[in-house]
Each structure stands twice: as C-alpha cells, then as structure tokens.
Unconditional design. Structure first.
Length: 261
C-alpha cells in the first residue's frame, strides 16, 4: 500500500499509518475477492505496506511475499510473521515465479508504470494474473486542486510536488497490452471515502511532498488554507471528512506459454 522510494518528501511511519489509514486495507476486500487466491498459489503483494492485506491473502492458503520500498512498512509486515522484503518496484528481481501479482493502493505512487509493469510481467509465470486497485483518473481531484491553489496563493509553484499517477482506463489498458497482458476487466470506480481521523491527518500522512521544504509557519498557512477550501465539498460541517477517491480496478493476465511440440 506504500511504495515511495522515488517520492521526494514522503516518509512512512507505520504507527501513523495504522492510526490514520487503517481504512485502506479494510476497503481492500473487493480487490482481494477479485484476486481469489487459492491454496498452494505463490503470490506477490506489490507495495504491501504493513502487510494487512498480505496477511489476508496468506489466510486463504496461498504462499505470499510482500514487497515494499519503505523499510518501516516492511518491518511492520515482518512483525506480523509474513514473508516480506524491501524491494524497489522499478527493479523487481523475479523471474517467472508467481501465479499472481496483487497490488492495493500502491501503484499511484509509481510514476513510471511502464517499468513497473515490465517487472510484473517478468515476475509472473505464463498464464499468471495481475490484480490491482489504485487511484485512477480524477482521484483526490478536489484535494489536489486545493493543495495547488493554496501553494500558489503563497507564491509557491506546485511543479514537481504532485507525487501521484492517476491514469485513465484507456491509458493503463494500453500500458498493460504493451507489457504483454490481456486485459480482463478495467474500470474507474468513484468511491468517496470517509476519513475516520479527518482531512488534516490524511494530508499529514499522505500529502507530505506538497509541503516539502516549506518552513513551519508556511506549512501551517498552506494546510489551513487547504482545509478551508476543502471544507466546502469534503466536510459535512460537523467534523466529518471524506476523500474524493476514484479507484482504478484492473484484472489482466499473461498468455499461456506456447508449446512448440
Ligand atoms: C489513494 O489510495 O487513492 C491515495 C492514497 C494516498 C495518496 C493519494 C491517493
């Protein structure tokens, strides 16, 4: 659920993540159902975060390896008794060894999807499947706009601060096909998501690159301005916040090996 070795300014803290982002794995059941892991399968969980979903895949009887670029998250996954490694998603070292690659809420942190998909295809056995959900086109659009406007209002360019990749279905399907996959299903799913600990906690957990390098006073001003702008659309005025999530959910598979006999 995290993978940020290439995201300047973003740092992960497993305690902060558990406190403010526990809804992420909770809302991962649909994509887990799509994966439908079977006993005996070998599965790679790409961007496994603290391993909350990796653990659920293991409970289905599959053998699962979680990988993440954030050391703190890998440690949290290991502490659950899972097989987990710190691995850069741009340099997946696997060679046709997994029945499925699974990923939830991680791929939007990887701004070079072509390289990631090439590594995913290489990691899979012939006929292997790729099942993923992440932020798609339009994801957190109000949040991004409010952050960019608040920075600009203070004369700060947002160029280079937007850390996420939110593709359309057409764009991502094309990338998958280029990497050798057949797309079984791909859809954008708007999913306004209640934030149990509020918008400021979400911004502090996930949107650090927008504040990177600002002095403390400026950070507070940009945060306050962002919250004021967002309060009109993403708060009910009673202290309940939601995020304007749009999920891109995809299932794809590699062709079976061609027999030359
Ligand atoms: C998401 O899951 O869509 C998401 C999470 C953190 C930052 C941006 C997007």
């Amino acid at each position: 659920m995290t993978d940020t070795s290439h995201t300047p300014g973003q740092h992960w803290n497993s305690r902060q993540y558990a406190e403010h982002a526990s809804f992420v794995p909770t809302l991962g059941q649909d994509v887990l159902d799509l994966l439908a892991a079977r006993p005996g399968e070998r599965i790679l969980d790409l961007g496994c975060g603290d391993g909350a979903l990796t653990e659920r895949i293991k409970a289905q009887g599959a053998e699962v390896l979680g990988v993440d670029a954030a050391e703190e998250m890998v440690e949290a996954a290991l502490a659950r008794g899972l097989e987990a490694k710190r691995i850069d998603a741009y340099q997946l070292p696997f060679d046709h060894e997994f029945d499925a690659v699974f990923s939830n809420a991680a791929l939007h942190w990887m701004l070079d999807p072509q390289t990631v998909l090439a590594g995913v295809a290489r990691a899979l056995k012939p006929g292997g499947r790729f099942v993923a959900e992440f932020g798609g086109h339009g994801n957190v659009a109000a949040i991004c706009t409010a952050l960019i406007a608040s920075l600009q209002f203070r004369g700060i360019s947002a160029r280079g601060r937007h850390p996420w990749y939110f593709p359309t279905t057409e764009e991502y399907a094309h990338l998958l096909e280029t990497a050798g996959f057949k797309v079984d299903s791909i859809a954008l799913i708007p999913r306004p998501t209640p934030l149990p600990t509020g918008m400021q906690a979400w911004l502090e957990t996930f949107a650090q690159p927008f504040f990177h390098g600002l002095d403390e006073d400026l950070k507070i001003t940009v945060m306050d301005n962002t919250l004021t702008l967002l309060s009109h659309t993403l708060s009910d005025g009673q202290g309940h916040w939601s995020a304007d999530y749009v999920r891109l959910r995809v299932v794809a598979h590699l062709p079976e090996a061609v027999s030359l006999t």
